[in-house]
Design a protein around this ligand. Structure first.
Ligand code: SD4
Length: 295
């Protein structure tokens, strides 16, 4: 049968991540290694203010990171509220591979990372620190929609064995309360897949995605016959309906990407401005604009 490997990932920073993941897949690397390698690129890039090193800190000036990874057997690993480690996706992968658990948080996640040989580093760049100090003057919490076209990076992969896997990594909402965890490391919220059906991943305001079990719902709708596009749209509509009179509505943005077993894919967001990177055999690596509900 025709191989149909495919990678999709959120936002512009998906392009370099896809590039690396594709290369590793074609070199015959295990799929999770390939996902990890791709996600490490935005994590290490200080210019990307919503992921890893250089990510915006919380209200106390601390950069705290969330990430998860999931394979075609539904095995998963996750870290949340992790401080001082540049590559949370790598720690999440080790939680999957080396522990009896799915999720480690905060101090415990850090301890595990250090035991595994990761180095503790200062992830707050002078640029992010300066922006934080500026923010402190008014200290008004208002998430920024489509933050510089970045936000979380979530990735879904169909490999040459037709298996679906995925990953997700973020520094979370800028100026969040210390200890806040978003949707991104939560299996079922920021990322979910079922190798018999498809996969989905989220970006945007994590609180809204958690309230609606977003990615799990997209996959469940695909199980019941919706295309990736229909499933993403239906969950975004549901999030809109639940939030139209909610205090978060003013700055609410959510977006989903999804793939199914046939290799069909889609993205859909509440507001305009969301796009995702697609890499396939036929057309290579490029950006696609997601459709959206409102401007
Ligand atoms: C989160 N979905 O933590 C992530 C990314 C984000 O505003 O910064 N959202 O909610």
């Amino acid at each position: 049968a025709q191989k149909k490997s495919l990678i999709i990932s959120t936002w512009n920073h998906g392009l370099p991540a896809n590039e690396e993941t594709w290369k590793q897949l074609k070199d015959g690397k295990p799929t999770l290694d390939a996902i990890e390698a791709g996600m490490k690129i935005p994590e290490a890039d200080p210019k990307i203010r919503s992921v890893g090193y250089g990510g915006y800190p919380d209200r106390e000036g601390k950069v705290t990171l969330d990430a998860c990874i999931m394979d075609h057997n539904s095995d998963c690993g996750s870290v949340c509220f992790l401080e001082g480690i540049m590559h949370p996706i790598s720690v999440a992968k080790l939680v999957l591979e080396k522990t009896p658990h799915v999720m480690l948080s905060g101090e415990g996640a850090l301890q595990f990372a250090l035991e595994e040989g990761f180095k503790k580093e200062n992830l707050l760049t002078p640029e992010s620190e300066a922006d934080w100090k500026k923010w402190l003057q008014e200290s008004k919490y208002e998430p920024v929609i489509n933050i510089e076209n970045h936000d979380t990076i979530s990735m879904l992969v169909i490999d040459d064995n037709d298996n679906i896997s995925g990953g997700c990594t973020t520094s979370g909402a800028a100026w969040k309360m210390h200890g806040r965890v978003g949707d991104s490391p939560i299996i079922g919220a920021g990322l979910f897949l079922d190798n018999e059906v498809g996969g989905a991943a989220a970006t945007g305001l994590g609180e809204a995605v958690m309230r609606t079990a977003g990615s799990a719902m997209v996959v469940e709708l695909m199980r019941h016959g919706r295309t990736p596009f229909e499933a993403c749209k239906e969950v975004v509509e549901r999030i809109y309906n639940k939030h139209k009179n909610h205090k978060d509505m003013e700055y609410l943005q959510v977006g989903f990407i999804a793939v199914n077993k046939k290799g069909e894919h889609a993205g859909y967001s509440l507001r305009s401005g969301f796009n995702y990177a697609v890499y396939d055999e036929e057309k290579g690596n490029r950006m696609e604009d997601a459709q959206f509900k409102m401007s």
